[in-house]
Design a protein around this ligand. Structure first.
Ligand SMILES: [Zn+2]
Length: 755
């Protein structure tokens, strides 16, 4: 293969001399942060770690943890936390449960009925299946609902809004369709579900329904449960609709830990509750509603796979939606387990996965939880046989992730000061499937996690999980991805938006973070449904827990290497390369916006628009726009040049030390400086209109929720065509990148002092 022929020379040139040739797991391969001797010892330790992992433990633990519904506030959620605590203690960890009191509404009244053109009452329930042994636990199951929807009792005409994201409303507006005073029905997908009621309310809608269209999440994709893994017609997706891009966590304690005595705001002042009532439904319940609608036929791209003509409404279909919730406070239980470091006990290596679910949660989250627990058991065994980590390791089983990242956020907010000072890395996982390793995170960790991925073998293909991920990129990537898979030493990792417990660590506290998990081969599932069960998971997702073990091997190595390394294995070349790409992208985004506006205004003035639209259909002529001004990107470009220079100096110094097979002596000070690099990417004032999000390089989009916006302050201002704010944010982000370069220089100075 071509990659191997040039790699050694290039890698040595490009980064620290501790990087590796390709896939063989030979003991003498260098490791970031270790000298050659240390690297060999680390690999011996990791081989022993692998030999300790047992797939039957994953199966048994999943069976136990997913045996009953374990949502926030349920008896089994409490039991699971106590069971996990007992496991950690039995493995030699110093473990406690930390409790928080959070707002957790559950439904008292849910009514959805069609009034016109005919009567229909939605079932709003998932039937029991003979083939699924836990599906009959009806009395313990949470009903199908969206947590943090407000109470409401509304009757109005239905309007179909596709995914219900901002650009869908532009399309509706152009077609003369206004959702003011209407109830909108949106299909799942395309964004965080909380975005749908948010944008609908911004456009004046009075209610929102969200359904799973089989085109995205059902029979169009494959056989449905119990024949296959895909969502059947009665399956529905529960889920939070809190406005998390504003701030995650308990809605009543923004920015502070929801401890017993915490100051709480009044329910009416909670910003992250929806502004309109919202309810999720199955496609069996959605079909009669969508079928009864008339009006314009939906655009091609909006049509799903239900056996109907998709119409937009408003018109014949009128529905009544009534919701009432029990707005109570519940106790959540995070299990926190420590293995104290000996040389640098103050430095923290934090690993987490949530344990709460919406129902039985075999896939989400227990598949990741059991892999993390087996990791911890392996580390416990190593410790019993004499191994001591240099740095302190903390394993965290989070509660309350499903309603809004509650357990991780309240813990991070409660211990913010300590974590800002001492946390070196946070490593997250959540659901785990089968297939390809997904790697997301801080780009100061890109080279590190690529190194780990080269050392873990894919259970199906017996090649490294790195080579397997590269192979899929070579075959299925776009042109640029294919080129990079051929030429780039490291696979690019995804920038992190939100959707799991890494958010409070990365985007609020500025702790370098990773999000890991396998997937892409396990064909669908029943996300947030009663059918996400042990039976479903062991039949269709990872029957032998092969990828559970693979995740434990990946997660275990990330923890071991960060805990044992002589110097924290951060690297800045990939970061600088990536930030350089982002700067290019936002510059191009402005140029594209300018061209787009120019073209539109021209087409409006030369009659092209008027010439095209179908006169038999309602059409609203778009309005001409102010031309986009030229923005001054110099502050960003100058700070990028500064970052490139700082990175070059750091790498050169590291390589000189490597050439002498030496590592800096007083690494404690260097570690501290390295930890501060990611902190420097944050700004106390946070992002515009959302101060909780402090990271200036990565954030979930204000209107995506899951999807990441990189250089969010600049990028979102440009997307919103808020040119004045874009100018301000260019200065702010430029200064932030400058601050990052300063921290890297500080580390270089410490390195040079040891030469
Ligand atoms: Zn999850």
């Amino acid at each position: 293969m071509r990659i191997d022929s040039f790699r050694p020379a290039l890698v040595l040139l490009l980064s620290c001399a501790f990087i590796i040739p390709a896939a063989s797991q030979s003991k003498d391969k260098p490791l970031l942060g270790f000298d050659p001797e240390g690297a060999a010892a680390e690999r011996t330790l990791e081989a022993k770690f692998d030999s300790l992992l047992k797939r039957e433990n994953l199966r048994e633990t999943m069976k136990r943890l997913s045996a009953r519904p374990h949502h926030v506030g349920s008896p089994y959620d409490k039991e699971n936390a106590e069971f996990i605590l007992s496991l950690f203690r039995s493995w030699g960890f110093d473990a406690q449960i930390e409790e928080f009191q959070v707002l957790f509404p559950t439904p008292k009244v849910r009514v959805l009925e069609m009034i016109t053109p005919e009567k229909f009452t939605a079932r709003l329930a998932e039937p029991t299946l003979r083939e699924d042994s836990t599906s009959a636990q009806t009395s313990e199951q949470l009903p199908v609902y969206n947590a943090y929807s407000i109470d409401g009792d509304v009757t109005a005409q239905l309007v179909y809004v596709n995914y219900g994201v901002p650009k869908d409303y532009e399309e509706l507006q152009q077609r003369g369709i206004d959702v003011k005073g209407k109830i909108v029905i949106a299909r799942y997908g395309g964004s965080w579900r909380g975005i749908k009621p948010k944008v609908a309310a911004e456009h004046g809608a009075v209610g929102c329904l969200i359904y799973s269209d089989p085109r995205d999440d059902g029979f169009y994709q494959g056989d449905v449960y119990p024949q296959g893994a895909w969502r059947n017609e009665s399956g529905a997706q529960r889920g939070s609709v809190a406005d998390m891009p504003l701030y995650p966590g308990d809605p009543l304690t923004p920015g502070v830990g929801a401890t017993k005595d915490a100051q709480r705001i009044a329910l009416k002042d909670a910003q992250t509750l929806t502004k309109i009532p919202v309810l999720p439904i199955s496609y069996a319940d959605a079909l009669p509603l969508l079928k009864a609608m008339n009006g314009q036929v939906a655009p091609d791209a909006w049509r799903g796979s239900l056996p109907i003509t998709y119409h937009l409404g408003p018109g014949s279909a009128t529905v009544h939606l009534k919701l009432e919730f029990d707005w109570k406070t519940e106790t959540i239980r995070d299990v926190i387990a420590r293995l104290k470091g000996d040389e640098r006990p103050d430095e923290l290596i934090i690993r987490g996965n949530h344990h709460d679910a919406w129902v039985n949660g075999a896939s989400d989250p227990i598949s990741g939880q059991v892999a993390m627990l087996e990791e911890a058991r392996g580390l416990g065994e190593l410790a019993k046989s004499g191994w001591k980590p240099k740095r302190t390791i903390i394993y965290c089983a989070w509660d309350g992730e499903e309603p809004g990242l509650l357990g991780s956020t309240e813990w991070a907010e409660t211990h913010a000061e300590m974590l800002r000072k001492h946390a070196a890395i946070y490593i997250n996982s959540d659901s785990n499937g089968r297939g390809f390793l997904g790697m997301g995170g801080s780009h100061t960790l890109e080279k590190f996690i690529n190194e780990v991925a080269r050392d873990v073998t894919d259970p199906e293909k017996k090649i490294s999980v790195s080579d397997r991920a590269r192979a899929v990129q070579l075959l299925r990537g776009d042109k640029n991805e294919q080129r990079e898979a051929r030429e780039r030493a490291d696979l690019r990792i995804d920038a992190l938006g939100s959707g799991s417990d890494f958010t409070p660590f990365l985007q609020h506290l500025g702790i370098a973070s990773l999000n890991l998990g396998f997937g892409g081969e396990d064909g669908g599932g029943s996300y947030h449904s009663i059918y996400d069960s042990f039976d479903n998971y062991t039949r269709f997702i990872d029957p032998n827990f092969d990828y559970g073990i693979a995740l434990a091997e990946v997660g275990g190595r990330t923890v071991l290497r960060f805990a044992n390394a002589d110097v924290l294995p951060f690297e800045f070349g990939n970061l600088t390369d990536t930030v350089g790409q982002y700067v290019k992208e936002v510059t191009q985004l402005t140029n594209d916006a300018r061209e787009e506006i120019k073209e539109k205004n021209l087409r409006l003035s030369d009659g092209t628009y008027a010439a095209v639209f179908d006169p038999t259909q309602p059409f609203v002529m778009p309005k001409a726009e102010q031309p986009a001004p030229y923005l001054n990107f110099a502050p960003l470009e100058n700070s990028l040049a500064r970052l490139q220079e700082s990175t070059r100096k750091y790498q050169t110094t590291m390589m000189q030390l490597a050439a002498q097979n030496r590592l800096p002596a007083q690494s404690g000070a260097l570690d501290e400086a390295l930890i501060k690099v990611e902190r420097a990417m944050t700004r106390e004032q946070g992002l515009p209109r959302r101060p909780w999000f402090k990271h200036q390089i990565y954030a979930p989009g204000f209107y995506t929720g899951y999807g990441v916006k990189t250089l969010p302050g600049v990028r979102e201002a440009i997307e919103q065509r808020n040119w004045q704010e874009a100018n301000e944010q260019i200065g702010i982000v430029g200064q932030t990148i400058e601050n990052v370069a300063v921290e890297i220089d500080r580390a270089t100075t410490l390195l040079q002092a040891t030469r």
